[in-house]
Design a protein around this ligand. Structure first.
Ligand SMILES: NC(=O)c1ccc[n+]([C@@H]2O[C@H](COP(=O)([O-])OP(=O)(O)OC[C@H]3O[C@@H](n4cnc5c(N)ncnc54)[C@H](OP(=O)(O)O)[C@@H]3O)[C@@H](O)[C@H]2O)c1
Length: 299
C-alpha cells in the first residue's frame, strides 16, 4: 500500500512542458509553484534558462524532455510547430505510453490529425483550448476546454488543475475542444464587431467611448446569463417565449440601422443584424423566443 502511494506521489510530481512562449512559460511556472518536478524544452534553448533558475530541468531535445514524465504538456505557436516536434527524431518513441496534453490552438482538423498521430504511437491524447491570457492562468475560474481520452483526463486532472481551475471536459470526441473554441471565438468576434458599431454610434454623438466600454463590461455578466439561457432554448427545440420575444430585437436592430444610415456611419454590421432579424419576422418567428433566429440561419 505504502509503495503504491509512493509511486502515485512520484507519478504526480513529474511533468514536461514543451514550448516556452509567453503561454508555455506561464504553464511551466505554475507547475513549479506547485512543487512539481518540471522538465522544459524550447526550440530556442535560451528561453529555458530563467526557468532553470526557478527550479526546472532543461532538456536538449524534445524527446529527452519527455523523459520519465507521465504527463507532457505542449504549447507552441501553431500546428506547423506541433508537427515539427512530433516528427523530431525519437519523439514518438519517447511518448509511447504517456499522456500528451496539446494546448496549442488549432482547428478541428488539426486536432483530428494529432489524435491520429497519438493513436498510431500508443500515446494517450487530450486536446485543449486555453480561453484566457497568460496573466489569467492558474485562477480558480480560468477556463480551458478539453476533450479526448477520459481516462487520461481523470488520471491527470489534479496536476492539470495547477494551470486552471475550470477545465471543461467536452467528451471523447477529439476535436470537441477546438470546435467549441471556434464557437466561442465566433461569439467573441461577433460581439466585437457589434462593439465597434456601438463605438461609432457613441462617437457620432460625442460621447465618451471609454465610458461606453465600461458600460458594456458592466452589462456583460447579465448578457452572458441570457446567452446561456438562449443556448438551452436552442438545445430544447422549444422556442416558446421565456425571456425575450424576437419582435423586440427586430425593432432594436432596425433602430440601430436607421441611426447609422441617418448619420452616414458604416452600416455593414447594422444591415446584417437588421436584415437577419427582419427575415426571421418574415418567416413568422416574431412571437417566438429570440433564439428562434437560428431557424433562419440554418437555411
Ligand atoms: N498568449 C496568449 O494570450 C494565448 C491565449 C490562449 C491561447 N494561446 C495559445 O497558446 C499557444 C502558444 O502561444 P504563445 O503566446 O505562448 O506564443 P508565442 O509567445 O509566440 O510562442 C510560440 C512558441 O512556439 C515555439 N515555436 C514556434 N514555431 C516552432 C517550431 N517550428 N518548432 C518548435 N517550436 C516552435 C516558439 O519557440 P521559439 O522560442 O524557439 O521561437 C515558442 O516557444 C498558441 O497556440 C496560442 O494560440 C495563447
Amino acid at each position: 500500500m505504502m509503495r503504491a502511494l509512493q509511486f502515485l506521489w512520484v507519478f504526480m510530481k513529474k511533468v514536461t512542458v514543451l514550448g516556452l512562449g509567453s503561454m508555455g512559460v506561464t504553464l511551466a511556472q505554475l507547475f513549479i509553484k506547485k512543487a512539481r518536478k518540471v522538465t522544459v524544452w524550447n526550440r530556442t534553448r535560451q528561453k529555458t534558462l530563467p526557468l532553470v533558475d526557478q527550479g526546472a530541468a532543461a532538456a536538449a531535445t524534445a524527446a529527452e524532455a519527455v523523459g520519465d514524465s507521465p504527463l507532457v504538456v505542449m504549447c507552441v505557436y501553431d500546428y506547423a510547430a506541433v508537427n515539427d516536434i512530433l516528427a523530431m527524431p525519437g519523439f514518438a518513441q519517447a511518448m509511447a505510453g504517456k499522456t500528451l496534453v496539446q494546448l496549442t490552438t488549432g482547428s478541428p482538423a488539426d486536432a483530428t490529425e494529432s489524435a491520429q498521430w497519438a493513436a498510431r504511437h500508443g500515446v494517450a491524447y487530450l486536446e485543449g483550448a486555453i480561453q484566457a491570457a497568460p496573466s489569467q492562468m492558474g485562477e480558480d475560474n480560468t477556463p480551458v476546454l478539453i476533450s479526448g481520452s477520459e481516462a487520461a483526463f481523470k488520471l491527470h486532472k489534479q496536476v492539470l488543475s495547477d494551470l486552471a481551475g475550470n477545465f471543461v471536459f467536452l467528451g471523447s470526441k477529439m476535436e470537441a475542444a477546438s470546435t467549441m473554441d471556434l464557437a466561442t471565438l465566433s461569439y467573441v468576434y461577433g460581439g466585437f464587431v457589434g462593439f465597434m458599431q456601438g463605438a461609432l454610434i457613441a462617437e457620432a454623438e460625442g460621447l465618451d467611448i471609454s465610458q461606453f466600454g465600461k458600460i458594456v463590461a458592466d452589462i456583460s455578466p447579465s448578457f452572458g446569463s441570457f446567452f446561456a439561457h438562449e443556448g438551452k432554448v436552442i438545445q430544447s427545440k422549444d422556442f416558446t417565449i421565456t425571456e425575450s420575444p424576437l419582435r423586440i430585437s427586430v425593432e432594436a436592430t432596425q433602430r440601430i440601422h436607421a441611426f447609422a444610415q441617418a448619420r452616414g456611419l458604416n452600416t455593414e454590421f447594422s444591415a446584417l443584424a437588421a436584415g437577419l432579424l427582419k427575415r426571421a419576422q418574415q418567416a413568422g418567428l416574431e412571437n417566438k423566443e429570440l433564439a428562434a433566429l437560428i431557424q433562419v440561419l440554418r437555411k
